[in-house]
Design a protein around this ligand. Structure first.
Ligand code: FES
Ligand SMILES: [Fe+2]
Length: 463
C-alpha cells in the first residue's frame, strides 16, 4: 500500500478527522475499502482518437446503466425530456404513469424524425413532420391517412423501448436488452446513502456546460483533490487537499469510488504552523455566501480545529431555513466535500458540504468536446413539498459560470477554475510527444482515475 495521503501537525488525514467527529458517522462516511487498482498504461489516444470514441459508443454507452435525469424533472404523467449521448444514442425519457417511467429511442417510426428536442408535456408524443402520434406508454395512437399504411399498427409501430429503472429519484437507462438489473451496478451506493437518499432532495440549480475537452478529461478533473494546490490555490488555507481519503469498491457490476476532502483545516502543504483560525474563517465565509445577510459567528480555534463548531453553525442555519432537524448529521457531512463516482459518468456527492451531482457526456461525434451537467441539490423543506422543476441553464463553450450561472454562488468561481484548464489538457494531449503520450498517475491520490480506466479498458475489451 502506498502512503495514504499527507498530513501536518494541524492538518490530520481525513480518516483521523472523521474519528474525532462529534457524532456517529453515517454509512457514506463509515464504509472503507482497501482495494487498490492495478497500475496500467492510459494512452492519450483514449481521449483524442475518434475510433476510441466510436468504440465507447459501441461497447460502453449502449451496454451500460447510466443516469439520465431526475424524476423531479418530469413530475406529471406525460412529461418528457430528451437524453443524448454524443450523436450516437438519442432517447426520450417519459413519465408514463404516476410512478412509472419509460425510455424510447428518439426517432419517428415513419421516416425517422427526432421526436423530442426539449423538455415537454402532454398526453401524446407527436412527430412534427406528418403528425404520427404515440401514447406516453409508447403505443401507436394515430397515423394520418391510415388507409395508406396497411400493416402499420400498434403491434408493429409502437415506440422502441430501452430498459429503465430508478433509484433515489434518479432515472437510469440501459440500452442493452439483456442487461442485468440496475441494482447490481449501484454496488455500494444504496448502503452508503441509506437514510441520506437523494429521493428526499430537490435540484436547486442546474447547468449544462459545453466544454472543449473529452468527457473523460472533464470527469477526471473531479476525481482527485491533487489539483487544489495549483488550480484552487485560494482554497488551500481551509482545504485538506493532500489529506483527502480515497476508496474504491470493485464488486462485479458495482464500480464505485469515493473521495473525502476535509474542510476547515489548512492544507498540509502550508506546514505545521498554518493558521487554524484562517481555516475556520475561510470555510465560514464560503458557506456564508449561500446565506447572504446571515451573521457569521466567531469560531474559537484555541483548542484545535473548529470543525465541530462550524458544523453546529451550519446545522442551525440549514435547520432554520428548511424547518428540518440536522442534529444527527455528523460534522463531516455538514462541512466536508465527499463525492462518490459510479462508473461510467455519474458523480453523486454526499452530505451538505458540497451537495452536487455531476453527469459527463460526449458531445456530437468529436472526442475533443463534451457536456458537463451539474446540479446543486438541497434537502426538501419540512413537509416534503417539492419545489417546481428547476430550469436548465445552458452554458456555451466560452461562457463562465461566474458570469452566466450566479445561482451556483461561491461554486461558480470554483467551476471556472476547474474548467479553465480543460481545453488546454485536451490540446496538450493531442500535441504530446509520441514517446510521452500517456498518463503518469499518483498511486494514491489519482487511484480513482486509474480504476476508472481499468474498468473502461475491460468493458471495451482493450488493453
Ligand atoms: S417522419 Fe414522423 S410522421 Fe413522418
Ligand atoms: Fe476542482
Amino acid at each position: 500500500m502506498s502512503q495514504p495521503g499527507m498530513s501536518s501537525r494541524v492538518s490530520p488525514l481525513a480518516s483521523d478527522l472523521l474519528a474525532q467527529d462529534s457524532r456517529p458517522l453515517p454509512a457514506g462516511l463509515r464504509l472503507r475499502s482497501e482495494f487498490l487498482p492495478e497500475a496500467r498504461t492510459i494512452p492519450f489516444s483514449r481521449y483524442t482518437d475518434p475510433a476510441f470514441a466510436r468504440l465507447e459508443m459501441e461497447r460502453l454507452w449502449t451496454r451500460t446503466w447510466q443516469v439520465t435525469c431526475r424524476t423531479e424533472d418530469i413530475p406529471e404523467v406525460g412529461d418528457r425530456v430528451p437524453y443524448d449521448v454524443g450523436s450516437g444514442l438519442a432517447l426520450i425519457i417519459v413519465r408514463s404513469g404516476p410512478n412509472e417511467f419509460k425510455a424510447f429511442y428518439n426517432a419517428c417510426l415513419h421516416r425517422g424524425t427526432r421526436l423530442v428536442n426539449a423538455p415537454g408535456a402532454g398526453d401524446s408524443l407527436r412527430c412534427p413532420f406528418h403528425g404520427w402520434q404515440w401514447r406516453v406508454d409508447g403505443c401507436l395512437k394515430t397515423v394520418p391517412c391510415q388507409w395508406d399504411f396497411a400493416g402499420v399498427s400498434a403491434a408493429t409501430h409502437s415506440l422502441k423501448e430501452v430498459k429503465v429503472d430508478t433509484w433515489e429519484g434518479f432515472v437510469f437507462v440501459n440500452p442493452d436488452p439483456n442487461a442485468a438489473p440496475l441494482k447490481e451496478s449501484l454496488g455500494v451506493l444504496p448502503q452508503a446513502f441509506e437514510g441520506r437518499g437523494h429521493g428526499e432532495r430537490y435540484t436547486f440549480a442546474h447547468a449544462s456546460k459545453k466544454i472543449r475537452a473529452n468527457w473523460k478529461t472533464v470527469l477526471e478533473a473531479f476525481l482527485e483533490a491533487y489539483h487544489v494546490i495549483e488550480t484552487h490555490s485560494d482554497a488551500l488555507p481551509f482545504t485538506g487537499d493532500a489529506s483527502t481519503r480515497y476508496d474504491i469498491w470493485h464488486d462485479g457490476a458495482g464500480r464505485i469510488s469515493r473521495l473525502i476532502t476535509p474542510s476547515a483545516v489548512p492544507s498540509p502543504h502550508l506546514g505545521d504552523g498554518a493558521s487554524m483560525q484562517i481555516a475556520a474563517d475561510g470555510v465560514a465565509a464560503f458557506f456564508a455566501m449561500a446565506a447572504p445577510g446571515v451573521p457569521v459567528p466567531g469560531f474559537d480555534t484555541s483548542r484545535g480545529n473548529a470543525r465541530a463548531q462550524l458544523a453546529e453553525w451550519r446545522r442551525g442555519l440549514m435547520g432554520h431555513a428548511l424547518g428540518r432537524d440536522f442534529s444527527r448529521h455528523c460534522d463531516s457531512e455538514m462541512i466536508d466535500a465527499t463525492q462518490f463516482h459510479m462508473f461510467p459518468n455519474f458523480g453523486i456527492w454526499f452530505g451538505e458540504g458540497l451537495p452536487l451531482l455531476y453527469q459527463f457526456l460526449p458531445h456530437g461525434d468529436d472526442p475533443n468536446e463534451s457536456v458537463f451537467n451539474v446540479r446543486l441539490t438541497m434537502p426538501l423543506p419540512a413537509g416534503g413539498v417539492r419545489p417546481p422543476p428547476c430550469r436548465i441553464n445552458h452554458l456555451d463553450f466560452d461562457d463562465y459560470f461566474s458570469e452566466k450561472a450566479p445561482e451556483f454562488g461561491a461554486l461558480a468561481h470554483v467551476f471556472d477554475q476547474d474548467l479553465s484548464n480543460l481545453p488546454y489538457i485536451q490540446k496538450g494531449m493531442r500535441g504530446a510527444s509520441p514517446e510521452a503520450s500517456r498518463q503518469t498517475l499518483g498511486r494514491y491520490m489519482e487511484q480513482r482515475i486509474q480504476y476508472f480506466h481499468n474498468v473502461l479498458g475491460d468493458v471495451l475489451g482493450v488493453a
